[in-house]
Design a protein around this ligand. Structure first.
Ligand code: FAD
Length: 319
């Protein structure tokens, strides 16, 4: 079994860095994951996160004016990639597990696979709503909220499976983290309500929180303060993503419900080339990370989005 993230955090006396990877696009091979991770592994991350991606429904024109509804799973393979990384680099892995697209039975099967593979850390999230309807629809017989998903994991840790007639019902040993939102989850009516449900996830056994990306550290520090005031006492890990392209100015606020600081926007608007924008993104993330390290956060979690050249420069400058 891999070391538990919560134990790694408890035993560390300095800020660590962790990386979040995406499974390769369908058709690509696992070498692309290694190519992203190889340049980062020398920084000795204590663990690696691997995201989970749901199938998407697309409409493909098969004849003129005739559309066919198809289900496409663009980035399959989270469980297999997690195991491959764990054994290739001898490192702890944290696959993400989502509610969307899973029945309870499928969730149980995924957890059994992870358990057999010796993977005992999970980041449990709900998954995003469908792009068109913007409303999250759970699978029939699946979980509506992450809270329900972590209750199922908690039950398995007690040896409670869906079928209560099993001859052997051995307890699993999962530790799980959940997501937190310094600028509020987009569907939450207000921060108070979001924190109320975040606290419920912690009371249900979440060992740590990883935050949505943000570009203004004061929002993160305020979020930590609000969490502590609510009695949420688990480690809170800030999530950092460097801006890489001009389009992020609109895409990131719209997708993640976050604000971009005026100074950052001003700097990007002044850039005359794609390279300069990428550099502004790197420099901003370095400054953010340095301040977070000075404030003694347990880990800085980097969203790689499948590219590591910029993340490498940031980590090299900070750690
Ligand atoms: P929940 O905790 O279920 O919360 C969703 C909303 O419902 C919130 O507004 C919350 O306040 C409210 N709520 C929660 N519980 C209840 C309740 N019992 N009753 C009423 N309201 C409630 N997406 C992926 O598809 N794959 C990934 O790998 C992935 N990784 C992520 C990693 C991190 C660190 C973060 C921050 C996000 C990630 N996401 C991922 C995105 C995530 O799935 C979305 O942000 C999703 O919209 C919400 O997930 P959640 O776990 O916070 O949901």
């Amino acid at each position: 079994m891999g070391e538990k993230v919560i134990d790694i955090l408890r035993h560390s006396n300095k800020t660590l860095c962790s990386f979040e990877l995406l499974p390769p696009l369908r058709g690509d091979d696992i070498e692309s994951i290694y190519a992203t991770l190889d340049p980062l592994i020398e920084f000795k991350p204590p663990y690696i996160n691997i995201t989970y991606h749901q199938e998407e429904i697309v409409y493909k024109e098969v004849q003129s004016n005739l559309l066919e509804r198809r289900s496409i799973w663009k980035r399959p393979g989270t469980v297999a990639i997690s195991a491959a990384i764990k054994y290739r680099y001898n490192i702890t892995v944290v696959p993400h597990l989502i509610c969307g697209g899973f029945t309870r039975e499928e969730t149980e099967n995924a957890l059994i696979d992870l358990h057999f593979l010796g993977i005992n850390n999970i980041l449990a999230v709900r998954g995003d709503p469908d792009i068109e309807s913007k409303i999250f629809k759970p699978e029939k017989g699946g979980h509506k909220y992450t809270l329900d998903l972590i209750n199922q994991i908690g039950n398995m840790n007690k040896g409670i499976y869906l079928d209560d007639d099993l001859e052997y019902a051995k307890p699993t040993n999962f530790s799980f983290g959940v997501a937190g939102y310094p600028e509020k989850h987009p569907e939450s009516p207000n921060m108070k309500s979001d924190l109320h449900f975040l606290k419920k996830k912690v009371e249900a056994g979440a060992d740590f929180i990883v935050t949505q990306l943000f570009f203004d550290n004061s929002k993160f520090f305020r979020f930590v303060e609000l969490c502590r005031n609510e009695g949420i006492d688990v480690p809170i890990i800030p999530g950092i993503k460097p801006i890489t392209i001009f389009e992020h100015l609109q895409y990131l606020p719209k997708t993640f419900n976050i604000d971009l600081p005026e100074e950052l926007v001003r700097k990007i608007l002044k850039c005359k080339s794609k390279e300069k924008i990428r550099q502004v993104g790197i420099d901003w993330a370095i400054e953010q990370s340095r301040e977070l390290v000075r404030s003694a956060v347990p880990v800085v979690h980097y969203y790689t989005m499948g590219r590591s050249d910029n993340i490498r420069k940031i980590v090299e400058a900070v750690f």
